[in-house]
Design a protein around this ligand. Structure first.
Ligand SMILES: [Zn+2]
Length: 79
C-alpha cells in the first residue's frame, strides 16, 4: 500500500489528557508530512480512513475522540 511510503510526524498524540480548559485547537492531533508532494495522497488516505471509521464509530465534537456505536456519551470527555 502507498501509505507505507509516507513518512509522518504525529503531534499532540498524547495531549488529550492535558486538555483541561484549553481550546480544542491547542491540542488537536496533527499529522505532519516530511514531503509536501505527499499531501494529496495523504489527504485521500485520511478521507478513506475517516469514512471507514465513521461507519462504525462517531466522532466527539468536544474532544475529537472516536467512540464506538455502543457509547451514548464520549468515553474521553463525557460529552
Ligand atoms: Zn469527547
Amino acid at each position: 500500500m502507498q501509505a507505507q511510503s509516507l513518512k509522518v510526524i504525529l503531534k499532540n498524540e498524547f495531549s488529550a489528557g492535558a486538555a483541561g480548559g484549553l481550546p480544542p485547537t491547542d491540542h488537536w492531533l496533527e499529522l505532519w508530512l516530511y514531503e509536501e508532494k505527499h499531501f494529496v495522497m495523504a489527504t485521500k488516505l485520511l478521507a478513506e480512513m475517516q469514512s471507514q471509521a465513521l461507519e462504525e464509530d462517531w466522532l466527539c465534537k468536544q474532544c475529537g475522540e472516536f467512540n464506538g456505536t455502543s457509547f451514548d456519551w464520549c468515553w474521553n470527555c463525557s460529552e
